[in-house]
Write a protein that binds this ligand. Structure first.
Ligand code: FAD
Length: 473
């Protein structure tokens, strides 16, 4: 057989079921298409475009420069390539974004009249259709979903080793575009700073996993909440682009720690469970990225304030832990999970700005921007999601800062202008006496912003807005 392997969010050779199937069947035509049919709102954000460029370069190298890269309509290009290379099979690993599922169904319906078209599960431990409540309906709450649904279902499949040989079809220069021709990154050069923090591609992904297993995994339960520590796995962009499979991660942890009994490892698996749950929600509730899961929030009185939004985006709110998080995001393409929750809560509750504005900014700036996890997490923080944090639970960024960044190391790293402030005032510089500010060489409004809102008043305003919503029914 000659099999066209359509790479999408599975940019790896290891544990790649579609590639494995193709290699067993004979010759392989590996293809990546930058699909210009993607609806506008789901086009990749800036940070993701940079990552994709790097990841494709790495995959192409692993395939001995035999990856066919094209830009255009996936549907048209696949048909053309099948024709040009005489392929008799087309395979891919499944995706779960609603527009993607529709596109894939269309392609399958159209092309399966002339060749064999087959898809596989390459990105999830449990695909959504395999986990349902007893009455056949989908779960809406995480704990029963994960504990009763997933953990009682058959265990995730064992990862498949990278094929020993991949017989790629010979290419001429005209068959593939150079990755640079995809024009994924602009000339401004903002990505150079981000590049220092990451190694996109399969090798980088495995390195991250090995590093995590060798140290931070044993302390994960507590260290995962401290933003100044490298206490998490940093696997999110690698998982998003499919440079490593969740099955590989799952079983490497299992084998290394002789099972999942250890609390730190169980806690990590629960986080992988949240990733699964996000995909699950997106699958069963395809409007998750754009509509309130709880439609009572359709009547919520969101404010419109472009200035406040811009100050949040740039890390200039005057609330140190919020600013540190937003600057980490801008500088590295990543933000610590605890701080994602704090910055998101501040936007939605203290500024009363629509969660979708925050989700859009994250979509553009995160290297791990993921439609399922981003949408589900924003709705969770906003209080309108499935199994969401109750709306009245409003994070106090000062207390959060003092609890999780006790020594202020994280704030000092991203807000160096505050570094000379005593610990006591680091998370609330506005409450420092004038002489303390003076001694630290800080004038609020000049060296560091005055707080954008009063935390107590804005909290009350949010509670009032929520109470009004409840009265509406
Ligand atoms: P680890 O702590 O090492 O966790 C391991 C893996 O579990 C992660 O790589 C990730 O795949 C998954 N995971 C962990 N926490 C979550 C979670 N709460 N929801 C879903 N999956 C999770 N994650 C994304 O991958 N893409 C996003 O676009 C995204 N947007 C978010 C937006 C907001 C407002 C919030 C609060 C969270 C968001 N998250 C998102 C979830 C989480 O913050 C990141 O997955 C995590 O910080 C990634 O770092 P890590 O790989 O070191 O995580």
């Amino acid at each position: 057989h000659k099999t066209l392997v359509w790479f999408r969010n599975d940019l790896r050779l290891d544990d790649n079921p579609a590639l494995h199937f193709a290699c067993q069947a004979g010759d392989v035509l590996p293809v990546f298409i930058f699909d210009t049919d993607t609806p506008d709102e789901y086009q990749l954000g800036g940070a993701s475009r940079w990552w994709l460029q790097q990841s494709l370069t790495s995959l192409n190298q692993s395939l001995g420069h035999r990856l066919v890269i094209r830009a255009g309509s996936a549907k048209t290009l696949l048909a053309q390539l099948i024709d040009e290379f005489g392929c008799d099979q087309l395979v891919w690993n499944r995706g779960y974004e609603p527009w993607q599922m529709q596109r894939d169904r269309d392609i399958k319906a159209e092309l399966s009249t002339t060749l064999r078209v087959k898809s596989f599960n390459g990105s999830l431990l449990w695909e959504p259709h395999t986990v349902l409540k007893r009455d056949g309906s989908p779960y809406r709450v995480f704990t029963p979903y994960f504990k009763k649904g997933c953990l009682n279902a058959p265990p995730p499949r064992q990862p498949i080793a990278q094929p020993e040989t991949i017989n790629c079809l010979a290419l001429t220069q005209a068959d593939s575009l150079d990755v640079d021709k995809l024009d994924l990154i602009d000339d401004i050069g903002w990505h150079h700073a981000i590049a220092e923090h990451w190694q996109p591609g399969e090798k980088g992904a495995h390195q991250r996993l090995d590093d995590f297993v060798a140290g931070p995994a044993e302390r994960y339960k507590i260290a995962r909440d401290v933003p100044s520590l490298e206490g998490t796995s940093f696997l999110s962009p690698h998982l998003h682009f499919g440079e490593i499979s969740p099955n590989r991660v799952w079983y490497q942890l299992h084998d290394n720690f002789a099972g999942f009994d250890r609390a730190d490892i169980a806690s990590y698996l629960t986080e992988l469970g949240w990733r699964e749950f996000s995909y699950y929600l997106l699958y069963y509730f395809p409007t998750l990225p754009s509509e309130n899961f709880n439609n009572r929030f359709d009547h919520f009185a969101w404010q419109q304030n472009a200035t406040q939004l811009a100050r949040w985006q740039r890390g200039q709110t005057g609330i140190p832990i919020v600013d540190a998080g937003m600057r980490q995001l801008w500088q590295t393409g990543y933000m610590h999970n605890r701080v994602r929750m704090i910055t998101a809560s501040f936007l939605v509750k203290n500024l009363l700005l629509d969660w979708r504005l925050g989700a859009q900014w994250f979509w553009d700036t995160l290297v791990d921007a993921d439609l399922a996890s981003n949408s589900a997490s924003w709705q969770w923080v906003a209080g309108c999601g499935a199994d969401a944090a109750p709306y009245f639970r409003i994070f106090n960024p000062v207390l959060q800062g003092e609890k999780f960044d006790t020594e202020g190391a994280y704030v000092k790293q991203y807000c160096p202008e505050l570094a000379a402030l005593p610990k006591k005032y680091l998370h609330q510089p506005w409450s420092a006496p004038a002489e303390v500010l003076q001694a630290a060489n800080i004038e609020l409004g000049r060296d560091y912003p005055e707080p954008l809102v009063d935390l107590k008043q804005s909290r009350q305003r949010a509670l009032d807005a929520f109470a009004a919503l409840k009265q509406l029914g």
